[in-house]
Design a binder for this molecule. Sequence first.
Ligand code: SF4
Length: 305
Amino acid sequence: MRLKRRSRMISQISVFVAFFLVPLLNVFRIDVGGQHFFLFGKKFAYDDGLLLLVAILFLVLLVVLGAKISHRFFCSYMCPHNTFVGFLIRIGKRVPGLDWAVAVLLAPLAAFALLAYFVDPGWLWNAIISFRGSPLLIFYWFTAVGLFLLFGIFRYKFCANACPYGFFQMVFKDTPRERNGVQGLASRLPLLILVFLGGVMVYMAASHPGYHARIIHIVETKTSEQYIFAGKIEIENLQFQPQAYSIRIDKEPGLQVKMREQVTLAPEEIRQFPITITGRRTTNRPILIRVTNPAGTILVQRVSG
Ligand code: SF4
């Protein structure tokens, strides 16, 4: 019993601390305004939508399975609301009024952490300390007041009457019959899918090259005598260090190309470089651009053909 209580307390504190650290350490957050997302400390563009989809499916399935496998496991062991309300009630019993003071102090911090899952934390912090009047700042204070009401006033009434996840757990809870026989095996299938999704997510994040390249077409004309292409190569460095890239083109010998062959981008920089191709095309072979990063990973983009 003591062991159970201790493991519950360790789990509650760990999840409570993780709630604040996960967006700040870029373990997982979506930068809605910047159209990027962060996973395991790496930055990705919305172009990597498949990875974002896998990560969101993983989280949704994790939440559903938590409710299915163990009724109220999330509430007892993980929910930051439960952890914090329990803590407030304990200190309120020892020192009346202290619970209110702690709730007032922690609500703005919790609002900051919550919004940091969707907004750049540095940008949000600057907006708060500079008192710049923006819709985001209004939303931030609105969230802080809402969280204070949740911790300070509603407390467990929220759990009993309004928490969507609490209701969700009631609906998805396994009955003992579902845990046995064929139904039991079927009910374990989501667990296998969860492990599979987790593996795919880690593999995709770890094997991502850390940059993007794409061709922007401005003009492209082709006659039997002359081929003209004018456009740009856009390269985005998603890493937190400067990176040098080499650019090569696969084309027929009769074509003249003007473009940069070496570029260096600052951390998280996105830049476009002009490219023109002129001359006479003698084959229908595709013209390909190869952008190589310092690790030797090559991204191939098709210009034409
Ligand atoms: S009912 Fe909702 S708010 Fe309450 S402990 Fe469970 S998950 Fe947290």
